[in-house]
Each structure stands twice: as C-alpha cells, then as structure tokens.
Design a protein around this ligand. Structure first.
Ligand code: TRP
Ligand code: SF4
Length: 327
C-alpha cells in the first residue's frame, strides 16, 4: 500500500519561486511515489478574505493553472477544491467538540497573523479554527505525509495532537501525519526580505524571461561587494540561495570561489542564474500555454478531482460517525 499524501495551498494570488522551492517541488516528486491529494484551500482563504470573497474565484483559476504548469498531472494525483468536498466541514465540526481552545490560541501563527495583518479583522471564530480545518483536510484522507513550507509545521504538529486525542477517545481511526520539508525551506525576495506578494519582491512562476531579467539584475547582493573588486560572502547573499535551488554543482562552486576571490562580478553571477531560471521555467511556460487555452479541460480536472476526493472522504466519515457512536 502506497502512503497517502495530502497538502494544500490557499488561493491568494499567483505562485512564486518560494512556493516552488519550499513545497511544490516535493509535490511534483511525490505524485510519482505516493497516493497524492492536493487541495485548493478555498475555505482557508475565506478565513482572512471574507470581505473580498469575490476575488477568490479568480485565484482558484490562477492556482490550478500554476499547479498544472509545474507538472502536477491529473493522471498522477488528485487535485481538488476543498469547498467542493463538504465532508471536510463535517469533520471540522466534530473535531471542534474535542479541541481545547487554549491549544488553538497557542498556535504561533494565530497571534502572529493577527498582529501582522492589520487591515483585516482576524478576531473570528473561523480564524481561530484555521488549524482545525487544516487537520480535517489532512486526516480525512488518512494522510501520513504532508509536504509543506516551514510556516505550516506548527499546524501539522497540532494535527498530530488532535489525532492522538481523537484516537484516544474513540479508538484508532487516524494515523499521525508528518510534515515534510524541502532541503531549502525558504527563498528571500529580490529585496532581501521574505518573499511575499504584498512586498512586491516576488518572482512568479508565470513571469516572462524579460520579467525574470528585470527582477534578478537589480536584486540585492552581499552588501560587502560595493565594487567588483571587493570580495563577498555567498552565504550572506540572497542570490546565492537561488543558485543553490536552480544551479548545478559546478556553477555553485564557480559562484563560491568567484565571489570570495572577487574573481567574478555580481552581474556575471546573476546572468548564470537568469539562464538557469529560464531553463527551469521554459517547460512551465509551455504547459501553462497549453492549459490556459483549454479552460474547460482545467475545470474538468477539478470536477474529477473533487469526485475522487469525496469518494475517499465519505468512507472515512462513515467510520468516524460509527466510532463516535452517532451513525
Ligand atoms: N494552511 C496552508 C497554507 O496556508 C494551506 C492548507 C490548507 C494546507 N489545508 C492544508 C496545507 C492541509 C497542508 C495540509 O499554505
Ligand atoms: Fe551574491 Fe553572486 Fe554577487 Fe556573490 S557574486 S555577492 S553570490 S550576486
């Protein structure tokens, strides 16, 4: 029996290289090795965007196109929209009965997000339950592996605690899920801060080669290299993180030596990166073009995905109701 994998992303705009390096690259790999479910977390998007709810529909179209472009394939994995599989909401409700509120208040993202996101009121019942909904998403498929970015680890840890409590009360139903990270959990944005749509420092999977060049060439580097003759330290330069993710061993060695000895300039270094990013993105661009002219096919993929997900979720819910004793 193949292990089950579940992961998801909130539809909140186009995906960037940080998503690829931090999680999506594992999804693409896992679809060949495991039984994979990948969900568009529409309800999670609503927890913060409930006042912009009309925007979400477009973001769902964007995200599925991004997924198909990087090579997630409907014959290898199940891609679906969370809000089409209502069973998740029933499990969320049932779990809410057994979860102590302080467990949720202690989740680091809860207070962090409330502080960081000042233009929305996140003091809601739904937002407090965000990780409960995420737990339902994972365990309704009895997933064991959850390939995510490092920002989601605390949610998967909580899912494990919830599973233990459920199994303890009602008998074994769910395996404990485990977060799975990539070797490079974060990529900084072009200005050296966290890569984020809201900072305007992101490089998107849908960027053209002109946009890539326009973003990489002015990118911040090690501040010690003011002139080409000043030696630098790649480990202090965000460009080098991109090389680690997109360049080969030889090129990485060339950057390390050339930067530390001032043998190469930052422009030389960035040009090699631009070439490699385009080599990575060219097949992504081709697939995007292919799918973007077939919106009906994309819609069909999501319909089919929801139906396959629902089939599985229904079986788990029968078992859950039976175990709790309310069937
Ligand atoms: N909270 C995740 C994020 O913001 C999205 C998500 C929803 C998810 N449900 C999930 C991730 C289940 C992993 C497993 O990226
Ligand atoms: Fe960064 Fe490359 Fe310049 Fe070194 S040579 S500081 S790694 S851009």
């Amino acid at each position: 029996m193949k292990k089950v994998v579940l992961s998801g992303m909130r539809p909140s705009g186009p995906l960037h290289l940080g998503h690829w390096v931090g999680a999506l690259s594992n999804w693409v790999r896992f679809q060949d090795e495991y039984e994979c479910f990948f969900e568009i977390a529409t309800w999670h998007a609503l927890t913060s965007e409930y006042q912009n709810a009309k925007e979400i529909k477009q973001w769902i179209s964007d995200i599925i196109l991004d997924w198909l472009s990087v090579g997630l394939a409907p014959e290898k994995c199940v891609m679906f929209n969370q809000s089409e599989v209502k069973e998740h909401s029933e499990l969320h409700l049932l779990l809410s009965m057994i979860i102590p509120v302080p467990w949720l208040e202690r989740v680091p993202t809860y207070k962090d997000q409330q502080q960081q996101i000042s233009n929305r009121d996140l003091n809601t019942y739904g937002f407090l339950g965000y990780p409960v909904l995420q737990t339902s998403d994972i365990i309704i498929y009895k997933a064991e592996l959850v390939p995510v970015g490092e920002d989601q680890v605390s949610h998967v840890e909580l899912a494990r605690e919830i599973v233990r409590r459920f199994n303890n009360f009602y008998g074994y139903v769910f395996p404990e899920p485990e977060a799975y990270l990539t070797p490079i959990p974060r990529l900084l944005g072009t200005d050296g801060r966290k890569m984020s749509k809201s900072y305007g420092n992101a490089i998107y999977l849908k960027d053209s080669s002109e946009e890539i060049e326009g973003k990489i060439l002015p990118m911040v580097t090690d501040p010690k290299r003011k002139r080409k003759t000043d030696p630098g330290e790649p480990e202090d330069c965000p460009v080098f993180d991109y090389h680690k993710a997109f360049s080969n061993r030889e090129e990485i060695d060339w950057v390390m030596n050339g930067c530390r000895s001032a043998g190469i300039g930052c422009i030389d270094c960035k040009k090699v990166l631009i070439k490699n990013l385009n080599e990575f993105l060219n097949p992504v661009r081709e697939r995007r073009l292919k799918f973007s002219i077939k919106p009906d096919l994309v819609y069909q993929i999501l319909l089919e995905g929801a139906s396959r997900a629902r089939e599985r979720a229904k079986i788990t819910m029968e078992e859950v109701r039976e175990r709790i004793g309310i069937r």
